[in-house]
Design a binder for this molecule. Structure first.
Ligand SMILES: [Zn+2]
Length: 261
């Protein structure tokens, strides 16, 4: 199992400001000159060897995770990161109308759906797009995203074949070589995390997608069946955009702080 994060930011996409870019650039140039061999022919290799946080950086796109198994792929959340994933998929069968997408929604706050109208495979005839959620208003919410005056192309004019699938809470679904089970998170509007399991010749791997979780329930007793979301996970994505101070000022907004997460 390979998990790629195309977006992890909360609330809104956040490109770096010019001031932050300048700071990064100044730090990188200082580091380059400190090597003692700051010649033009070394720029390329120096930049490529920089860790991501020092160079181009990361973290500006909102929530979108790609889970690739030996048999296929699922996507969780359609934040702004979905646009770049779509660009990559268009280089393969999805660009020829021969692709299939399985996209799971945790909930429908803007930062988890804003990438959907910019997901190129959805416009290509022949592609089959499967959309999944526990929430009964899945289809209504998706159609709203494409409604005028919010977006120029209405849902009815999308050229791929789109299907909606309602998930049963805490019931496993097998597809693309993995088992996906939704468990409820603590969020003001209902939000469902996903436990994704793959069993292959390499063993069993578990990914827990737990975004927008205020974690008001922390004991096994409080969590009940939802404790299974986290149990034995090899990788858990638990976003936390607040500092402790910000968290105290935004209780019941459905997000946790890094300190307590
Ligand atoms: Zn949310």
């Amino acid at each position: 199992m390979v998990v790629r994060f195309w977006g992890v930011r909360g609330s809104i996409p956040a490109p770096k400001s010019p001031a932050v870019m300048q700071e990064l650039l100044v730090d990188v140039l200082k580091e380059f000159t400190a090597t003692g061999a700051a010649t033009a022919d070394r720029i390329d290799s120096f930049v490529r060897e920089l860790p991501a946080w020092k160079g181009a950086g990361y973290g500006g796109e909102t929530s979108c995770a790609e889970v690739e198994s030996e048999a296929g792929r699922i996507i969780i959340d359609a934040g702004s990161g979905l646009r770049r994933l779509g660009e990559r998929l268009m280089q393969g069968p999805h660009g020829k109308g021969q692709g299939e997408i399985h996209l799971f929604f945790t909930h429908f706050h803007w930062d988890h759906i804003v990438g959907l109208p910019f997901f190129a495979p959805i416009f290509v005839p022949g592609n089959r797009i499967h959309l999944y959620a526990v929430q009964s208003d899945l289809e209504l919410c998706v159609r709203q995203v494409f409604k005028k005056p919010f977006f120029p192309v209405p849902f009815e004019q999308l050229l791929s074949k789109i299907s909606f699938h309602r998930l049963d809470p805490r019931q496993p679904l097998e597809l693309q070589g993995v088992t996906v089970t939704p468990y409820q998170l603590d969020h003001p509007d209902p939000c469902w995390g996903y436990r994704v399991e793959e069993t292959s010749a390499r063993g069993r791997r578990v990914y827990a997608h737990c975004v927008d979780n205020e974690a008001t329930r922390i004991s096994p007793l409080d969590l009940g069946e939802d404790a299974l979301l986290y149990k034995g996970a090899d990788l858990c994505f638990f976003d936390a955009q607040y500092t402790l101070q910000e968290f105290l000022e935004h209780m019941n907004w459905g997000i946790h702080c890094a300190h307590r997460s």
